[in-house]
Design a protein around this ligand. Structure first.
Ligand code: SF4
Length: 316
């Protein structure tokens, strides 16, 4: 594929495949897909410099629809595969995608441990509160007491707070968007990809087929007479950036404020950037140990056949 040059820019169409998008009509996934494609277009990242990695679920189909390299992997395994792709070629822009069941349920261990590594990757979660692909069972984010139309009884488990978990896990950029506000979501994805380190973006996503509670109208706040989603950046005092990463008091203060914002529920839900901090990436630290990685990604380093044979013999 060609590189973007001053004379030739990639078109938005070049980030789209010719595959039929088979999500249900009205699904919030369409807004997220469009936002990802528009973000790549705004950033003018050559499509062949991007790897999209997904798990299993309706959102797992996303790499099929974005004309970059992509891998549709196993349930809950998007993050470890994305980690491997980035370690093999740190020059790639790596974006992992998946649903809330995929990432916060079966992939929960990877969600935690990816936060503390700080590889320069982006993780986008399509959060609709249900397992849509398997007909609407409650996912880890469905709040206690809610009963969607495919559930026989209301949930008797608490829903998790993904922003709070990400703060504790150590993600260095944490945000939340809305699939129905594409303009804002594009800006969040652009910022998440630009951030050097692991970015985590939770996205409220409507599933009109199985989640009849968290609907477009509910997010719009029709029942309370005003918008339920409030943008953090509309508060002049809101500043998610840690200025002195070595200052533990400031880090804690920013995390506590982000935590409080993430727990606003019911009549107000915050969207925007909750927290960001500049810290050395995993790749930076690896390059200190293996200086050749400063000039070349691992995939370009010459293989020493003798070393590999010796390594293999050690397992005999
Ligand atoms: Fe979207 Fe729900 Fe249909 Fe899946 S089941 S494609 S999440 S509307």
């Amino acid at each position: 594929m060609p590189e973007a040059t001053a004379a030739r820019r990639f078109t938005l169409q070049e980030y789209k495949t010719d595959q039929h998008v088979d999500w249900c009509p009205g699904c919030g996934d369409f807004g997220i897909l469009s936002s990802i494609q528009q973000a790549f277009y705004q950033l003018q990242i050559p499509p062949h410099r991007v790897a999209m990695i997904s798990g299993i679920g309706c959102s797992g189909k996303t790499p099929h629809y974005v004309d970059t390299y992509g891998l549709h992997t196993l349930h809950g395994r998007a993050l470890p595969v994305a980690t491997g792709a980035k370690l093999a070629n740190h020059e790639l822009t790596v974006v992992a995608v998946g649903g809330d069941g995929d990432g916060y349920g079966i992939g929960a261990g990877y969600f935690l441990n990816s936060g503390r590594r700080n590889l320069d990757i982006t993780y986008i979660v399509f959060n609709n509160g249900v397992y849509g692909l398997t007909k609407g069972q409650a996912s880890p984010t469905l709040a206690k007491g809610l009963r969607t139309k495919s559930m026989p009884e209301p949930s008797i488990q608490e829903g998790i707070n993904p922003i709070a978990v990400a703060l504790g896990a150590g993600y260095t950029w944490i945000g939340r968007g809305d699939a129905l506000d594409v303009k804002h979501l594009v800006s969040l994805i652009v910022e998440a990809i630009r951030h050097r380190g692991t970015s985590f973006l939770d996205v409220f996503q409507t599933c009109p087929v199985y989640n009849d509670l968290r609907t477009k109208e509910w997010y719009a706040g029709q029942d309370i007479g005003r918008a339920r989603l409030q943008r953090l950046d509309q508060d002049p005092s809101w500043d998610p950036q840690v200025k002195q990463p070595d200052d533990l008091a400031e880090v804690v203060q920013k995390k506590v404020r982000a935590l409080q914002a993430s727990y606003e529920t019911g009549d107000r839900l915050s969207v925007g950037v909750f927290y960001k901090i500049a810290l050395p990436t995993y790749e930076d630290q690896m390059a200190e140990k293996v200086p050749a990685l400063k000039d070349h990604p691992l995939v370009d380093l010459p293989l020493d056949q003798r070393d590999i044979e010796g390594l293999l013999r050690s397992f005999e």
